[in-house]
Design a protein around this ligand. Structure first.
Ligand SMILES: Nc1nc2c(c(=O)[nH]1)N[C@H]1C(S)=C(S)[C@@H](COP(=O)(O)O)O[C@H]1N2
Ligand SMILES: [Mo]
Length: 222
């Protein structure tokens, strides 16, 4: 890429980020309605789509399975770095869940395969002082979760969707899947996981998005 291209790309990205921050300030899409998970699968302000939109910061890292590494550290007894074979050597699980994106689309019945985050937490021995989890992507993206939310039984380090490797655009080779929260918490191109005592708001969380992000409570913006 020439310098001009890089400047152009950065300008595009800055505009995209700025417009999303402006939405957050304006409370865009907030309906103030309530939805009852017992009677509907669509949280307030969401609409069902059959497609699968791609959202990122304009960078889609190309990480072949053979080169992928996941570093897990922080407040753990046994820090690990897993390569793809090590990930596959862990107990494999499958879970079907719905996606809710803060930009208002939802996608039902996503069938994910991978390793349960609860298994990861047990494998590394998370120390009692840990209360938050920070996820890092190969593109530099960062997002934060409460430890209890990260280890819910539907949360995965997913390598496949419907039995097919997750595509590069959707965060392959491995992404986090955290179904109970807006999709921005589900870091793509997963590179590192840190267990920490104090919370560290991530990329969107420091730009006006809600720190927790529960779609049923419409926690879009802070
Ligand atoms: N590494 C990384 N993960 C990310 C993002 C990103 O830019 N980088 N975007 C987040 C946001 S805002 C959304 S809505 C979803 C989009 O996932 P999808 O492209 O598979 O629909 O990924 C989330 N995870
Ligand atoms: Mo998003």
């Amino acid at each position: 890429m020439s310098n001009d291209d890089i400047t152009h790309e950065a300008g595009f990205r800055d505009k995209l980020v700025a417009s999303k921050q402006a939405w957050a300030r304006a409370g865009r899409l907030l309906t103030g309605q309530e939805a009852d998970p017992a009677t509907t699968r669509l949280p307030p302000g969401q609409r069902l789509v059959e497609t699968w939109p791609v959202l990122d910061l304009g960078i889609q890292p190309d990480v072949p399975r053979e080169q992928w590494r996941l570093t897990v550290g922080g407040l753990v007894e046994r820090p690990v770095t897993w390569d793809f074979a090590a990930l596959l050597a862990q107990p494999q699980v499958e879970d079907v869940s719905d996606i809710h994106c803060v930009t208002s689309w939802s996608r039902f019945d996503n069938r994910w395969q991978g390793v349960a985050t609860r298994h990861l937490a047990a494998a590394v021995g998370v120390k009692p002082a840990a209360a938050h989890v920070i996820l890092h992507g190969y593109d530099g993206y960062v997002t934060n979760l409460r430890l209890a939310d990260f280890v819910e039984d539907d949360c995965l380090l997913a390598h496949s969707h419907d039995g097919t490797p997750i595509s590069r655009e959707h965060g392959g080779p491995v992404r986090a899947i955290i179904p109970r929260y807006y999709l921005w918490k589900s870091a793509k191109w997963l590179k590192a996981i840190e267990f920490v005592a104090a919370d560290h708001p991530g990329f969107w969380e420091t730009r006006g998005y809600h720190n927790v992000a529960d779609p049923w409570l419409e926690q879009r913006y802070s």
